[in-house]
Design a protein around this ligand. Structure first.
Ligand code: G3D
Length: 213
């Protein structure tokens, strides 16, 4: 137990199958030593899964609220109380990530639709960022499944998804954001992800103060 500690909350968002549950399990395994490593088989999140990890200077509460279409409308009820948003992307399911090559014709759109879920991902992320209750909230985008040979590199996700989304965002200049490669399954990059969240929620504490426990 930390003496009179501060608590910050992060929400895990992303399409179904992106790896939110696996990431959540991996964070618990890394930061709560008694917790087992992620199961190889996960089941889709149907309600909300919440856990709290203890870091040297804070409690970090993690909410996995499910990514299936039917559950996405519930996301907004978490926006006003979260201190950071983690948006997880399946790097093996966005086609070649080639959204931003300056051309935008119909043929390209058709190809994208069959080659992956990049467009769906973009629309969903845009929707999150356009909600006024997420304004200024730090955003961490995780390019997950980097252990798989068929993944696209993080730079493709930056250019094909993130750049595009930020171009359309009103408050992009004041939002802290980062894109990191991870493998939720092996744990690669997961500590770095938590470190980033830890530092950014503290940076933003004037606008979103922590909860005192
Ligand atoms: P979700 O909670 O976002 O819906 P899950 O996603 O965590 O349930 O993961 C969906 C599937 O992707 C799972 O496979 C899970 O093991 C796999 N997965 C998640 N993260 C990684 C990763 O980093 N690398 C690899 N290779 N696979 C990952 P199953 O087979 O259980 O459906």
């Amino acid at each position: 137990m930390l003496p009179s500690a501060t608590e910050y909350s992060v929400i895990l968002l992303g399409l179904d199958n992106a790896g939110k549950t696996t990431f959540h399990e991996q964070v618990k395994a890394l930061f709560n030593p008694d917790h087992p490593s992620p199961r190889l088989k996960t089941v889709p999140t149907v309600g909300q899964n919440v856990s709290t990890i203890t870091l040297p200077d804070m409690y970090l509460k993690i909410w996995d609220v499910g990514g299936q279409l039917s559950l996405r409308k519930l996301w907004q009820s978490y926006y006003s109380s979260c201190h950071a948003i983690v948006f997880i992307v399946d790097s093996t399911d966005i086609g070649d990530g080639d959204l931003d090559d300056g051309e935008d014709d119909d043929d390209e759109r058709g190809e994208r639709a069959i080659s992956g879920r990049l467009e769906e991902c973009r629309l969903v992320l845009e929707d999150v960022l356009q909600n006024e209750e997420t304004e200024g909230v730090p955003l961490l985008i995780l390019a997950n499944k980097q252990d798989r040979e068929d993944c696209v590199e993080v730079v493709r996700i930056k250019e094909g998804l993130v750049k595009k989304v930020f171009e359309g965002e009103k408050a992009s200049s004041i939002r802290d954001s980062r894109v990191l490669p991870v493998s939720a399954l092996t744990g690669a990059g997961v500590r770095e992800a938590v470190d980033w969240l830890r530092s950014r929620v503290k940076w933003n504490k004037e606008s979103r103060p922590p909860v005192m426990r």
